[in-house]
Write a protein that binds this ligand. Sequence first.
Ligand code: IFP
Ligand code: MG
Length: 221
Amino acid sequence: MCVWDAEAVRRALRLYLVMGSVNTTRDPVEVLRQAIAGGITMFQFREKGTGALAGEVRTALALRLREVCSQHGIPFIVNDDMELAVQVEADGVHVGQGDADAALVRARIGEGRMLGVSAHSALEARRAVQAGASYLGVGPMYPTRSKADAHAVLGPAGVAELRAAGIAVPVVGIGGIAPDTAAAVMAAGADGVAVISAIAGAADVRAAAAQLAAITLGEQA
Ligand SMILES: C=C1C=NC(C(F)(F)F)=NC1=N
Ligand SMILES: [Mg+2]
């Protein structure tokens, strides 16, 4: 298992699809295939909210999505559940401030996997880095319908403030990001954007992913 150095993590964060079965009316596996064809660089399985799958059915979906990511060399991250991440041989885990202690998760998953931690302030960011975070998820950038308990909207300024505070680790913005706002998040100092509805809810998933990829990867140029 390769160790995910900062540069590899930054490349993976460029266009990060976060999705679970509740985020689309279609087959999540088909949506993921289309999103990969459009150019996403990382995928997070986030099975949360009203109607979320559980138990064997959830694990079965995780394995199907994991397989699609493996086929295309796309890193596969599991939200919250470190045991599921280990069980399906995920490339990493993402935990929020209210979830398991980041240091405990790092100890459980080892150094060969990515550990993403949600952060809403420089203090939370510093603590997450000390706990061994590979990247920080910062948001919400804009109002979001995908997370019932979202924090107050930070805006791209939230990313700029972390950079101004000297937080240099890989950072991805999340929360209500769409094609017309992705560039602002990158300009504020993020290494990439994480999206749910902008891709999973799009009529043409592949085109939506391609449009966002052009913006975030274009920033690279
Ligand atoms: C609550 C979350 C915050 N950020 C992220 C990500 F953008 F992927 F880092 N994922 C989450 N599930
Ligand atoms: Mg969480």
